[in-house]
Design a protein around this ligand. Structure first.
Ligand SMILES: Cc1cc2nc3c(=O)[nH]c(=O)nc-3n(C[C@H](O)[C@H](O)[C@H](O)COP(=O)(O)O)c2cc1C
Length: 183
């Protein structure tokens, strides 16, 4: 395979979202053969099983974008020690109707940044549990638990110097792992 498209799912809709900034900065570390493209989850309706036979256009688009990808990257805040509702809503939508999930077998990276010291660890573990049920293999190491601090991003929105080498190693590992899942 010569080109890999990664669907990026950001769990925050906030204008100044740190996780959005992280997703943008991480994408810049990707090699030329990888494209990181964010999928839209902010306009999805609230999931209602009654609509499974007639999914909204935004849901169909989300599922098409996921199915067209060779891998996933979840970048999410922690809300009340779990995943934000907006992210769970998107996961539920794309998992249905039963037997027609768009998630299965897409290798996923998981990361997040938080104001809290444990750097979204509990949200990520909750997310990994959900993804396991959906047959989404997740990259185990290196884990990425970031706490926001001065210099996490530089003035151009790149990963700051203190975390740069760590995130470059993460990207190298993730790229090799996605390739291994797409032979
Ligand atoms: C509803 C809500 C719940 C939150 N719960 C947690 C939490 O459990 N752990 C944590 O570290 N931060 C928590 N925070 C703080 C977030 O880490 C912080 O708002 C962060 O900037 C959100 O990510 P974002 O910048 O990408 O929007 C919470 C924030 C909100 C709005």
């Amino acid at each position: 395979m010569s080109h890999y498209q990664i669907a990026v799912i950001v769990g925050s809709l906030r204008r100044e979202s740190l996780n959005q900034k992280l997703a943008n900065a991480v994408a810049k570390l990707a090699p030329a053969e990888f494209t990181f493209k964010q999928v839209a989850i902010g306009e999805l309706p609230l999931y209602n099983q009654d609509d499974d036979a007639n999914q909204a256009a935004s849901v169909k688009q989300l599922k098409a974008d996921l199915l067209a990808s060779q891998g996933l990257l979840f970048v999410t805040p922690e809300y009340n020690r779990s995943v934000p509702g907006v992210l769970k809503n998107a996961i539920d939508h794309a998992s249905r109707p039963y037997g027609k999930s768009a998630w299965a077998n897409k290798p996923a990276g998981v990361m997040g940044v938080s104001v809290g010291a444990i750097g979204t660890a509990l949200a990520q573990h909750s997310l990994r549990s959900i993804l396991s049920y959906l047959d989404v293999p997740t990259l185990g190491q290196p884990e990425v638990y970031l706490q926001t601090k001065e210099g996490l991003f530089d003035a151009e929105g790149n990963i700051g110097k203190d975390s740069l080498m760590f995130m470059q190693v993460w990207m190298k590992t993730y790229v090799a792992w996605v390739k291994a899942h797409n032979v």
